[in-house]
Design a protein around this ligand. Sequence first.
Ligand code: CR1
Length: 832
Amino acid sequence: MSAADKVKPAASPASEDPSAIAGNISYHAQYSPHFSPLAFGPEQAFYATAESVRDHLLQRWNDTYLHFHKTDPKQTYYLSMEYLQGRALTNAVGNLAITGAYADALKKFGYELEAIAGQERDAALGNGGLGRLASCFLDSMATLNLPSWGYGLRYRYGLFKQRIAKEGQEEIAEDWLDKFSPWEIVRHDVVYPIRFFGHVEISPDGKRKWAGGEVLNALAYDVPIPGYKTKNAISLRLWDATATAEDFNLFQFNDGQYESAAQLHSRAQQICAVLYPGDATEEGKLLRLKQQYFLCSASLQDIIFRFKERKADRVSGKWSEFPSKVAVQMNDTHPTLAIPELMRLLMDVEGLGWDEAWAVTNKTVAYTNHTVLPEALEKWSQAVMRKLLPRHMEIIEEIDKRFREMVISTRKDMEGKIESMRVLDNNPEKPVVRMANLCVVAGHTVNGVAELHSNILKQELFADYVSIWPNKFQNKTNGITPRRWLRFCNPELSEIVTKWLKTDQWTSNLDLLTGLRKFADDEKLHAEWAAAKLASKKRLAKHVLDVTGVTIDPNSLFDIQIKRIHEYKRQLMNILGAVYRYKKLKEMSAADRQKVTPRTVMVGGKAFATYTNAKRIVKLVNDVGAVVNNDADVNKYLKVVFIPNYNVSVAEVLIPGSELSQHISTAGMEASGTSNMKFSLNGCVIIGTLDGANVEIREEVGQDNFFLFGAKADQVAGLRKDRENGLFKPDPRFEEAKQFIRSGAFGTYDYTPLLDSLEGNTGFGRGDYFLVGYDFPSYIDAQARVDEAYKDKKKWIKMSILNTAGSGKFSSDRTIDQYAKEIWGISACPVP
Ligand code: CR1
């Protein structure tokens, strides 16, 4: 039956009345049909609903653009290679405060809004925390009415889909654009040429210009981002690469040379084909660099266009005004090429001299560092850079040269440090450009993402620069949007919070949550809180059953670790802990087992396709689960589940149902973590190390409401030294857990290489670099404290309430407000 059979179509978009909305949904099912207009199943209903919501968004988005245009405020442009947007429908109707109206409208077709929202595919244009942070930031920018936009790439295939097969993780291309995305608007009027390769031409007057090579087009797709209860809607502008009809060689095609006729078209397709092309090959590295440049060049051309568009007299200069109108934030080093690209555009296209262009660039760009892991600090081969971007390489060389001269002439005492501080590493074996150094040298501000991390940047990674530019370095502790991560994903708990605080304003003023503290012992609140948790746990249990076939008990302690699989995040310690627990259970008498706190250990996350040890960890969790969950002696007391294909919408189901979550990285290695904030906000207690934002979460929620264990960041180097010197004495429990796996208790797969990484004093893939062995005993002890605490229901619920109550600081609204004031110098510009 078609939609029109049920509700008469109505073209008018922006109504908030359920009947009118139903008419509009019916209209979209009829007149923007992507399916037969004669059918109206849940999928069709989703697309028609999304298009109807998009009409609301477009109106706001247009108004906001015009308002910014007229007011001409200073605007921030957030450059990021990653955005983990997840689904958009629930968030959009929630932010527009029309959830009820859409729910009622859909009922007229016999559908529940929640089920229709579940039809949407996740937009997974990112890997993990860094990409999800960018998405939370957009939500806060819009909510705070800040003049700001995001720029990114429109990957055809986002982060891979994870399937768990017998051999472990399998990657499948994620096809979020398989049908189409109802949220994006293709902008055929926004197209910029992007050059690759070629050479530098020098004109008789000495002017340098980049020419030749191949030129592709960047085409804009806009995704409107609505703020919460505001008229503002900002833009996430995603670039796609295209080639033109002129690039299509009709002569060759007619001659039967189909592939070479469309060469440039297929090269254009490669650019935005995937997030993170494998970079084991030279081709892969080149493609990744192309992607980065593509993002930077298109975005900066667009930024300059808008700067000129907003005031007529800017067309012919006024460049000194640029930094008072434009702030560019580089999300990690991935968009570093914004620096030489802005220099090139200002000098070669706009005709500025070096000093003038440098002053503008420096005042415009700022850099956020998200990691101290050496392998993640990008370094590009100078040869590849010179081949792909010859003019940019010249500019980078000049930046490097001038930086050196500056240090030599002003800071004699730093001479010995210059080589490691330089932008270029001219090591003859492998000359590279160090992107982080370029960001530090060129940017006006550098920030870390949690206090501990920012201190490590200042004291270690960037210490030498601090002595030159003491005021360049800041901290901006990460945050998460309370809309998606409590209000919309956990309606039961949200309602309770609103009821007890007597206001729902916490949704955009999260500090109000401290008001819950005074009710932390209230029995009525306890009862409501426990009921909400149980409802979320049941929903979680249903998800687990649906995707794994494993039945879990909602009355057991739900213990969750979800994040990218990485040795430094130590999922291996978690599973060794579960193995140890299982072994002890097996050894216990039936009577003793009765006293045990039943637990369900859940682990989810994707391993990078070529990261062998991470994949072995995924396999191990699955193998342990297969044995434990089928062991009738003990599976009442312990289940171990690997949650496949962890992504944003899975997180939205898991986090509300969590009671304990694990944030157990080797201290000093996790820059911040952001899921820790989501868990704590949802009343989940953390077991964790003093790492990243854990430190601040523990301060806020109170140390009694956090299970702490493990070495501190400043001990780690010493502990590694001790280990190298043979001074480490493993705890017998650690040996026992490893030995149990080696004995074949979990199948025949060869875990030797994985377990060997924990053995020995030193050596490649050995020596326990991440200190699992050192931290294991204190981890097991902390878990025992968890078991005890969970037995006291009252105590546990109080801890849970106090976690929520102490989460106010971790709103991305707070983070973005600080960026706006302390880095960008922008202020709110609400549409009247
Ligand atoms: C960090 O590992 C942090 C996010 C967002 C990640 C994580 O601890 O929460 O960034 N870093 O700041 C990253 O992805 C490339 O670096």
